[in-house]
Design a protein around this ligand. Structure first.
Ligand code: SF4
Length: 329
């Protein structure tokens, strides 16, 4: 679509300035991002996001992952998580390695677990190392910032020590679902544990400096404001400027099955498209924007027209899914 055609569609002078900035490849401020999210028609946002993807020659791709669930046991009660106060034992390492024989062709092996007192650093080091030995050429990813903090606290270590041990064992990347929304008042409603915005950002920066890649996410559709979303995106963009080690951005739609949060209605499909399009426009230093199947079979196909370029799917040989990505992952 020709940029001049898109510009002509906008009558409001201040919106026209913002759209010209986007089309000329300039970075938006938070206030400009807020105006985009609030004021511009959804179709036009889609055109802008599509234009950027085309101008930056962003390729559409599929990523196949194989989830490894170490345990669903979790002592916390986060309202949007399927591991909410589950009781479970630790999976057997040999059984996990056996299941992983199905994973020879996947792009990533993803390790997931609840926050369980049964888990120790040495158990995980042993498991990561065994998986990496069996799958030396595949990316092994796992654990969120909260896992690293909880393990460090439990075993009286610094989070950096835990990261270092996991890196030496063969872990390549961290998950990022616990980024949630960075405004503290909102975080406290969405999570049952304590993990501040600054702790999350510092831990990911430390991990990036050790050579890890990690996922950046934003959970939207709770009670956050449009400004909360843009401030969140700004913090993610700032860290990517410093390290360039986020390997993609994943907008996660909030859906709770328990607690008072289950009464929050889901965002509409239109709102989902706006979040994806603004993420593509605002995060000018990200290549991959992930459409997870959490937003439904039709939804993820639709967001490919609104700036998303990568679809993450679970290997058909696995019957498991990752709770932070939702039931349809
Ligand atoms: S989000 Fe993490 S800490 Fe919270 S219930 Fe789920 S697994 Fe446990």
């Amino acid at each position: 679509m020709h940029p001049d055609y898109i510009k002509r569609l906008v009558k409001n002078p201040s919106l026209r300035v913002i759209i010209s900035k986007v089309l000329d490849g300039n970075r938006l401020t938070v206030d400009e991002g807020i105006l985009l999210m609030k004021k511009i028609e959804t179709g036009l946002l889609g055109m802008l996001a599509g234009h950027i993807a085309e101008a930056r020659e962003i390729e559409r791709k599929k990523k196949q992952v194989f989830p490894v669930i170490i345990t669903k046991d979790c002592k916390y009660e986060c309202p949007a998580c399927q591991y909410f106060k589950q009781k479970d034992t630790l999976a057997d390492k040999d059984n996990l390695l056996n299941e992983l024989k199905e994973a020879a062709e996947v792009d990533e092996i993803v390790l997931s677990c609840g926050i369980s007192d049964q888990i120790t650093i040495s158990f995980l080091v042993d498991l990561i190392s065994a998986i990496k030995t069996q799958h030396p050429n595949q990316k092994v990813k796992g654990f969120q910032a909260i896992h690293i903090f909880e393990l460090a606290r439990k075993e009286a270590k610094e989070p950096a020590e835990v990261l270092k041990k996991f890196k030496e064992a063969g872990l390549d990347g961290l998950l990022g679902g616990d980024a949630l929304i960075f405004r503290e008042e909102m975080r406290n409603k969405m999570q049952d544990y304590e993990l501040s915005k600054q702790q999350w950002l510092d831990l990911h920066q430390q991990a990036h400096e050790m050579g890890y890649s990690s996922e950046a996410t934003m959970t939207y559709g709770h009670f956050e404001s449009v400004e909360d979303r843009l401030r969140h995106l700004e913090s993610i963009r700032d860290l990517q400027d410093k390290t360039n080690r986020f390997d993609g951005f994943i907008p996660l739609k909030f859906r709770a099955d328990s607690g008072i949060s289950k009464f929050i209605p889901s965002t509409s499909g239109l709102e989902d498209m706006r979040v994806f399009a603004v993420s593509r426009i605002f995060l000018d230093n990200f290549q991959d924007l992930d459409a997870l199947t959490i937003i439904g079979d039709e939804g993820w196909q639709e967001v490919l027209r609104f700036g998303a370029n990568r679809v993450t799917v679970t290997h058909p040989g696995s019957t498991k899914y990752l709770p932070q990505y939702g039931t349809f992952f």
